[in-house]
Design a protein around this ligand. Structure first.
Ligand SMILES: [Zn+2]
Length: 380
């Protein structure tokens, strides 16, 4: 078999095949071509020695903002993916139906990394989010554009995976949960999931979670009080347990205000792990406290979640939420994306959004990225 690339001697962790062992991974024609011991190529095969490193399916960051230049909160997807080992960045609602065409043409299509998007139900997406201007795009009901959102989502099914909405005191003001109701109508119309953001009440965590359907995603799921999934005594709210039972997905979406160690500890102590780990990276949190995907993953590792679970929550589970089974896996025939990681031991300082510090003993670092069957970063 003529392989384009072989990753030799790495430790493969792939939840889709229950792999956690040293194996080679080979790519051909943009896809995973083989996973096994002692794979050999020919004169045309490029071989990378990744001994001592972990090889995982390409990391998926389920919550990012990468409409660089088109929205004030956008960051550069390729820069971010290099530093974080991410091969698929999911933009969550930076663009709405009024400005999605520019996002697609100027950012998504030229990008070397895969960008998929949840389309905001608000006409211009998250348009007023910066250090000096902060206007909730869900505050004014006149900006809600369900008909236009349904049209744009339907016309861009190759890159739009769902409908985004932000509700909470900072994002939907006096409108409460009304924008979520509209997002759900759009999602129903086009047959896609919703990703709902919550911040401070109203609406309450309970109210939002009760509205979500199987397959919908609640992001910022491990928020600090108020609107945390559990109380200060560590008891999980019953609606949260009921929602998980019916198939609602719980995503981290760290960001600058949406992840607290205290909440995470309480949830993990109850055996309630997030479905997906994501950074919610944007212009105001990329230099902390969120930083990136591997830092967010490292926080969970240091909170006691096993490495293989942290990786599963950033690969297989994210692909499930996206309904894109060809991603997040190293099964033969899957998209040829892989991430090379190392886990460094030492003393590392982690901080959450309320300023609590965690003295961590390990740090997950991105060491290399394979995209579409070719070595992408760092350059040869
Ligand atoms: Zn966000």
């Amino acid at each position: 078999m003529a392989y384009d690339l072989i990753l030799k001697g790495g430790h493969v962790i792939d939840a889709s095949q229950n792999l956690d062992q040293p194996l080679d991974v080979a790519f051909a024609a943009g896809k995973v071509a083989a996973v096994g011991p002692n794979l050999a190529g020919d004169a045309h095969t490029s071989v990378r020695n990744v001994a001592g490193k972990y090889v995982t399916p390409g990391l998926i960051d389920l919550h990012t903002h990468v409409y660089w230049g088109g929205t004030s909160l956008g960051i550069d997807a390729e820069d971010f993916c290099r530093r974080s080992g991410v091969t698929t960045a999911i933009d969550t609602g930076s663009a709405g139906p009024g400005n999605f065409a520019g996002f697609r043409k100027h950012v998504i299509e030229p990008s070397q990394v895969r960008i998929l998007a949840y389309l905001h139900v608000s006409f211009a997406g998250i348009f007023g989010f910066s250090k000096t201007i902060m206007v909730g795009e869900s505050e004014n009901i006149r900006l809600m554009a369900p008909r236009e959102a349904a049209e744009v989502a339907d016309a861009n099914r190759d890159v739009i995976v769902g409908i985004k909405v932000r509700v909470g005191r900072h994002s939907s003001g006096d409108q409460g949960a009304a924008p979520l109701e509209m997002a759900l109508q759009v999602a129903h119309e086009v047959g896609m999931p919703v990703m709902a953001h919550i911040d401070h009440p109203p609406p309450s965590y309970e109210q939002v979670v009760e509205m979500l359907r199987p397959g919908d995603v609640l992001t910022h799921a491990f928020r600090p009080f108020p609107n945390a999934p559990c109380n200060a005594q560590g008891t999980i709210k019953p609606v949260v347990l009921e929602a998980r039972k019916r198939g609602v997905l719980f995503d981290i979406g760290h960001g600058m205000g949406s992840f607290a160690f205290k909440t995470a500890r309480a949830m993990l102590a109850n055996g309630f792990h997030p479905d997906t780990i994501s950074s919610d990276v944007h212009a105001l949190c990329i230099d902390g406290p969120a930083f990136d995907q591997v830092t967010t993953m490292s926080k969970f590792l240091c909170l006691g979640v096993p490495l293989r679970d942290v990786i599963k929550q950033s690969t297989l589970n994210a692909a499930f939420a996206l309904k894109r089974p060809e991603l997040g896996s190293l099964k033969v025939g899957s998209v040829g994306d892989a991430t090379i990681l190392s886990v460094k031991e030492g003393k590392f300082d982690y901080v959450d959004v309320v300023g609590e510090h965690l003295a961590g003993d390990r740090k997950i670092c991105a060491e290399g990225v394979v995209i579409a069957g070719g070595w992408w970063h760092p350059p040869a």
